[in-house]
Design a protein around this ligand. Structure first.
Ligand code: NAD
Length: 294
């Protein structure tokens, strides 16, 4: 059954060439996902080593597809050739859509977006993968804020189906439509959400982490809580999930949520998550969080 296109999808710009800024955990994952689903993508970073790491990760993911018999060597070579690494904006003139995935710092992002806008066509769609910064606020650094919206992927990009497409105050229907279409092209499930702290997923997830933190502060055993939530049917419990997210990211996102929704999210004193962070137990990124990773 062919579904009827919704209003905003009818006018979607076709994304034949994409680009991603930042070749880190997210940028590398986005490049792989786009390339493996057939949309060529430029991957730009300011750091050559980061680009090498991003490409290494993509090669590893394609290699897994090959091992599992999901890919032929030809398809793998074709997929890899869809990723074009670069340190410059030289080839950005013909790009249809760009995902900004540089470090989570509002000043850096504002500078990068303004610079990007000067190097692309007037109607190129610009998106940001920010987890916590307001899209409306980021749009203030742009001359054409109507071409801009959020495109929030989850980590690891190749495994997480959801993409939040965030409508800032000035985002046009055309920008939203093109971003939704590109997410689908990448094999993802987009949802369009309004701009607010935590967007949709983190507004659900962070109160849950807060509830978990309170239990631990009252003396609950985090391993037992994890087991209970697994029995409840979740693929992993909150302690393990926090280790995956990283305590630094969780503390930062929680602060943004507490500022946005003080009545529900602000807390007196330190949460268990903050204590973990203070003790440098960041999670899987430094092999030590609630659990130890070797
Ligand atoms: P990261 O630190 O792994 O990668 C950031 C990359 O950006 C680095 O390679 C760095 O060299 C590069 N960079 C910095 N300045 C640049 C510039 N001016 N131009 C081009 N590249 C530049 O970070 P990450 O975890 O991939 O996060 C990137 C973005 O994605 C952040 O906004 C973050 O909030 C968001 N995000 C992260 C996750 C996650 O779980 N890691 C999930 C969803 C969204």
């Amino acid at each position: 059954v062919k579904k009827k296109a919704k209003g905003h999808e009818k006018q979607a710009r076709e994304i034949k060439q994409a680009a991603v800024l930042g070749a880190g955990i997210m940028g590398g994952g986005i490049a792989y996902q786009s390339a493996s689903k057939g949309t060529p993508i430029l991957m730009k970073d300011i750091n050559g080593d980061a680009i090498e790491l991003g490409l290494k990760e993509a090669r590893k993911l394609f290699g897994k597809g090959l091992e599992r018999g999901k890919l032929t060597t030809d398809k793998m070579a074709q997929g890899l050739s869809n990723i074009r690494p670069t340190l410059s904006y030289g080839d950005f003139g013909n790009v249809d859509l760009v995902v900004e995935a540089v470090v989570e710092n509002p000043k850096v992002k504002a500078g990068v977006l303004a610079e990007l806008e000067d190097n692309v066509g007037d109607d190129t769609i610009l998106t940001s993968n920010t987890s916590t910064i307001s899209i409306t606020r980021l749009a203030e650094s742009l001359k054409r804020p109507e071409n801009f919206c959020g495109m929030h992927f989850f980590n690891p990009v190749h495994r997480m189906p959801l993409v939040e497409v965030i409508r800032g105050e000035k985002s046009s229907d055309a920008a939203i439509a093109a971003t939704v279409a590109y997410a689908r092209q990448m094999g993802k499930t987009p949802i369009v959400v309004n701009d607010c702290p935590g967007f949709l997923v983190n507004r659900v997830l962070f109160p849950y982490f807060g509830g978990f933190s309170l239990l631990v502060e009252k003396g609950a055993d985090y391993q037992r809580v994890d087991k209970v939530m697994e029995k409840f049917g979740w693929p992993m419990g909150p302690a393990y999930l926090l280790d995956v997210v990283g305590m630094d990211t969780a503390v930062h996102a929680n602060a943004v949520m507490a500022e946005g929704f003080p009545e529900r999210m602000a807390r007196e004193g330190k949460t268990a998550i903050q204590v973990m962070y203070d003790n440098k137990r960041l999670g899987q990124k430094n092999d030590l969080g609630f659990y130890r990773y070797e």
